[in-house]
Design a protein around this ligand. Sequence first.
Ligand SMILES: Cc1cc2nc3c(=O)[nH]c(=O)nc-3n(C[C@H](O)[C@H](O)[C@H](O)COP(=O)(O)O)c2cc1C
Length: 173
Amino acid sequence: MRLRRVFGHYPTGVVVVAALSDGEPYGFTVNSFTSVSLDPPIVGFCAAHTSSTWPRIRDAGAFTISLLSVGQEQVCRSFAAKGSDRFSGVEWSMKEGGHPGIDGALAWIDCVLDDCHLVGDHELILARVVSMTTNDVDDDPLVFHGGRLGRLCAGTLATASGNARACRGSPAS
Ligand SMILES: Cc1cc2nc3c(=O)[nH]c(=O)nc-3n(C[C@H](O)[C@H](O)[C@H](O)COP(=O)(O)O)c2cc1C
């Protein structure tokens, strides 16, 4: 599909959205995650109508978003695979909001569901941030680009003018 090919030129981070629903952990890999509003703090992402996991998380009404680090490629893959026990092979723990977060992630964002909109073949989800924790690991984010998972060039981000700049430094002015 052409749109998919075009969006292959747009790199994103990767998160796992997870919740405890009826005492069971549910989670899935998402790259459509974005910040929507700073005040009040609102984030958003899209879930396909075909997702069997999203309805369980929606029913829970709250969830934790784990921002994956570059070493978590396997986590990304297993939380996108159908029919596997996604939580059995990974280290995870309950976060402040009472929902599961993936250990070793760069940060965890606890959210409550605010609004869902049916948009074409996806649901657009808006969620209010209730708490956040950052990990102290000195790691880069996992990046999804051109259908592949990878890292920002060895911890540096080259500016358009070609100067290398530390990933975690101040943004280019
Ligand atoms: C890198 C990557 C990003 C993904 N991003 C999304 C996304 O933004 N929204 C979505 O609904 N599914 C996304 N998926 C697919 C889901 O992770 C998952 O495969 C799908 O929801 C099927 O599993 P389920 O039936 O348990 O939900 C992504 C998969 C990968 C590998």
